[in-house]
Ligand binder design. Structure first.
Ligand code: ADP
Ligand code: ZN
Length: 562
């Protein structure tokens, strides 16, 4: 007779009440737990804050043996284990930060069957020592966290995840659950296949985060813009009882240098900001993180190293001063705002230089052609989100293959509306910048032609290529040293672009780059070249619709209602 599969912990609901002290399950939690308790596999796509952890923690307590959680976030294992121990769950982790003695103790506890949960890093699992250990103990389930990391097409591929395809063969009777807070349909399919989860049940929650207001603004003086944004957030911040509280936030930048400089600047403006990046000493980082978690109103300026899995529910804003490399990254980072459900803002300042810089980074990256193509596609999707003139939320959700179905409040109101009288409302969220202040568009065909023909003439007549700044100087009829030196004031297009100012021209170049009507050359200097698609514009066969940038100083919607 086989040993019983279940422990005597009780039903999922009893465990939820007794161990975690919550009154009921949310969303798909109960269904996911039932699936695992019954021995089945599950694939779970649920946004940050949705409550993924309980979906494997509770089945680990209910099934006999130890639940093995595979997580790439070594830095957070200690916190997760501490939180579980605080409610009486027997949890441990195995990773490279431990001493031999600590590891041996955990191994003994596991073999003795006295652990409910064991967290391991994916690179640990690929070692024979850990594999041997797991074979000798009793395993309740495998939980694969951040499962999108197995996808080569995703934005966060980790080679160690590939080994996880072996779990199905090595432990055919142990249920497995893969979880992620970010997955396009392609990534969803790929992770299902690579993790051999063909027989799994799929639980796909809505990725909408209705309390996050999305704002993407043209970059002028980015640090000044950031200060203005943070001050506005801090002035608006109140707690549930309406009492003002200093707002905590995260500012993301791509480089350590920008992180340091931005943090210094914020401090000089009286904002309680601290830098965070991998180059800082561990003790400094730990102190920064703990101030952020424990005190009100701390602003962290960080590279993307910060935030993975940090469970601070009341982050009121996430700001990006550099363009994220992918929509997945943007969604994941902005998702750290407002886990408590209260109104929060995701703010991104983005400009021409970002587009040029990112295209160059891709060109210079050591990857092969397929890799660069993939990065290019990620960037294109991010640019499309930045340049859209319709609802950001609709765009974001459609990237993840989801349709925006309206806020719960809106759909409840719609349900009471007599049907057939009104046309269905346009799908728009009412809580993003383009919904709150619909951007104007204008026919940009003529400016686009002027710019493109300048690029073409320089190439054809003089075999020269230039960056955006010089091209704009030519169009605006400026006499700079460089214009004089090259005799560019004799070009037919010199001085024909005075209908737009410098900022507007930069907006035109940015949008042409974003839509592939102009490209950054691979010469390493950020010079611009035309593309196959440019020809139709030059011939007058294609109209170019452009978004009129609204610069923040000119006053814009700052409403913050959810
Ligand atoms: P995720 O991993 O999906 O980002 P977590 O598992 O960290 O989300 O859960 C987010 C927060 O919601 C945590 O503070 C968690 O304790 C809480 N939570 C999860 N499920 C429930 C529930 N059923 N009732 C109350 N709180 C819950
Ligand atoms: Zn919207």
């Amino acid at each position: 007779v086989d040993a019983p599969v279940l422990s005597d912990a009780g039903t999922p609901l009893e465990v939820l009440h007794r161990v975690f002290g919550y009154s009921g399950f949310r969303g798909d939690q109960a269904a996911i737990i039932d699936q695992l308790v019954a021995g089945g596999d599950a694939v779970v796509l649920m946004p940050t804050g949705g409550g993924k952890s309980l979906t494997y923690q509770i089945p680990s307590l209910i099934r006999r043996g130890t639940g093995v959680v595979i997580s790439p976030l070594i830095a957070l294992m200690q916190d997760q284990v501490d939180a579980l121990r605080a409610v009486g769950v027997r949890a441990e982790f195995l990773n490279s930060t431990q001493s031999i003695d600590e590891r041996r103790q955990v191994e003994r506890d596991f073999l003795a069957g006295s652990l409910d949960l064991l967290y391991v890093a994916p690179e640990g699992l690929t070692t024979p020592r850990v594999q041997e250990l797991l074979k000798q103990g009793e395993i309740a389930l495998f939980a694969i966290d951040e499962a999108h990391c197995v996808s080569q097409w995703g934005h966060d591929f980790r080679p160690d995840y590939l080994w996880l395809s072996n779990l199905a063969e090595l432990w055919p009777s142990v249920p497995r659950i893969a979880l992620t807070a970010t997955a396009t349909e392609a990534t969803h399919r790929e992770l299902t296949e690579r993790l051999a989860l063909q027989n799994a049940k799929h639980f796909v929650a809505s990725f909408d985060r209705p309390n996050i207001q999305y704002r993407i603004v043209p970059k002028d003086e980015v640090r000044q813009q950031l200060v203005a944004f943070i001050r506005e957030q801090q002035a608006a911040s109140v707690d549930a009882a309406g009492v003002p509280v200093p707002a905590a936030g995260i500012v993301y930048a791509l480089s350590r240098a920008t992180v340091e400089k931005t943090a210094e600047f914020l401090v000089s403006k009286g904002i309680d900001a601290m830098p965070y990046h991998a180059g800082l000493e561990a003790s400094v980082r730990a102190r920064t993180q703990s101030r952020f978690l424990r005190e009100d109103g701390v602003v962290i300026v960080a590279t993307i190293a910060f935030g993975m899995g940090i469970d601070k529910p009341d982050v009121r804003f996430v700001a990006h001063v550099d363009l994220p490399k992918s929509v997945e990254g943007y969604y994941q980072e902005t998702g750290r705002a407002g886990r408590d459900g209260a109104p929060s803002v995701a703010w991104l300042a983005y400009g021409l230089a970002d587009v040029v810089q990112q295209r160059q980074l891709i060109d210079k990256s050591p990857g092969d052609r397929a890799f660069k193509q993939r990065m290019g596609q990620h960037l294109d999707a991010m640019l499309a989100l930045c340049e859209t003139v319709s609802c950001r939320r609709v765009n974001l959700l459609s990237y993840f293959g989801q349709e925006y179905l309206g806020s719960t409040a809106a759909s409840a109101a719609a349900a009471q509306e007599p049907t057939g009288l009104l046309p269905p409302a346009a799908p728009a969220c009412g809580n993003c910048d383009t919904c709150l202040a619909p951007p104007e568009t204008f026919d940009g065909t003529v400016p686009a032609q002027k710019l493109l023909s300048t690029v073409v003439r320089l190439k054809r007549e003089r075999n020269q290529q230039f960056g955006a700044g010089h091209l704009i100087d030519i169009l605006m009829g400026k006499v700079t040293p460089r214009v004089s030196q090259h005799g560019h004031d004799r070009l037919a297009t010199w001085g024909i672009g005075n209908e737009l100012n410098q900022a507007q021209w930069r907006g035109v170049v940015r949008q042409l780059l974003a839509t592939g009507l102009l490209a950054v050359s691979d010469d390493g200097y950020g010079t611009l070249v035309i593309t196959d698609a440019s020809t139709a514009v030059l011939r007058g066969e294609r109209r170019v619709e452009l978004r009129r940038d609204v610069h923040e100083s000119a006053g814009r919607a700052t409403a913050r209602t959810p």
